[in-house]
Design a protein. Structure first.
Length: 255
């Protein structure tokens, strides 16, 4: 007689990570074991039958203090810096058409407040297609940098958290880079504009460098191809699901 379903907790606090979590859950259900999925996620996980305890649209922040206090103001600053950078870019390169791949967890009203007056198209839930069509990308630090690497688009990684989060993170996490792409490569493949380096002027400088191309950008494309190779071929979600399913079967004594 079959036992009760195995309960699995999923924790995906931002849109790109939730995409991978939903794929894992989809393949895990196909792998056979009866499971009950619960946790933190978004619409994609819910579509795969997960029972959401919290939705990422209410908790879409990255940083220790932000998770505790949910600083809307900090996200407003983040949007404002990008908006100022885009205005500078349009002055220098009026031929450029910016396109925003908006995460479902972002508050559209917050974006509209800072992006008003910009000729900026916005697409929700189609980040991979947007990145594949882009000549260059400005990407918030997180799993979205891996998604960008997978399609091979040259990028600059940006982020800003509260000073307290940054201070605590630097004390407890000893890494040379923030961007997952750089961590996977083991060296700096893409530029990181973090904290005080994340300014409209620096973003403009990086955007122009990426758009102008040249040997450095071609080298970045080659480095991103190396990152893709390190991540392995297609089917990672299915392989991960089979590994989880094997652990569940072993725990139940099913072989």
């Amino acid at each position: 007689m079959a036992g009760p379903p195995a309960r699995i907790l999923f924790s995906a606090g931002e849109a790109s990570g939730e995409l991978y979590a939903a794929e894992l859950l989809r393949h895990l259900r196909q792998a056979g074991p009866q499971i009950e999925a619960v946790g933190l996620g978004g619409d994609r996980l819910a579509e795969q039958g997960a029972r959401l305890l919290f939705h990422i649209r209410d908790l879409a922040v990255m940083g220790l203090v932000e998770v505790l206090r949910h600083l809307r103001r900090l996200r407003g600053i983040f949007a404002a810096v990008l908006a100022q950078a885009l205005r500078l870019l349009k002055d220098r390169r009026p031929d450029v058409q910016p396109l925003l791949a908006q995460a479902p967890s972002l508050d559209p009203a917050l974006l509209r407040a800072h992006l008003a007056g910009l000729e900026l198209a916005s697409v929700t839930g189609q980040a991979t297609a947007v990145l594949a069509a882009a000549q260059a990308a400005l990407v918030a630090s997180g799993t979205a940098t891996v998604e960008t690497a997978l399609v091979g688009t040259p990028m600059t990684v940006v982020y800003r958290v509260s000073p307290v989060s940054y201070f605590l993170g630097r004390r407890f996490v000893r890494v040379s880079s923030f961007a997952m792409v750089n961590l996977i490569a083991g060296r700096q493949v893409v530029t990181e504009l973090i904290q005080r380096d994340f300014t409209p002027e620096r973003v403009l400088q990086e955007a122009l460098r990426l758009l102008d191309g040249g040997p450095a950008v071609e080298r970045m494309r080659a480095d991103l191809a190396e990152v893709r190779a390190r991540l392995g071929g297609t089917g990672a979600s299915a392989r991960a699901a089979e590994a989880v399913a094997a652990e569940l079967r072993a725990a139940r004594g099913e072989g």
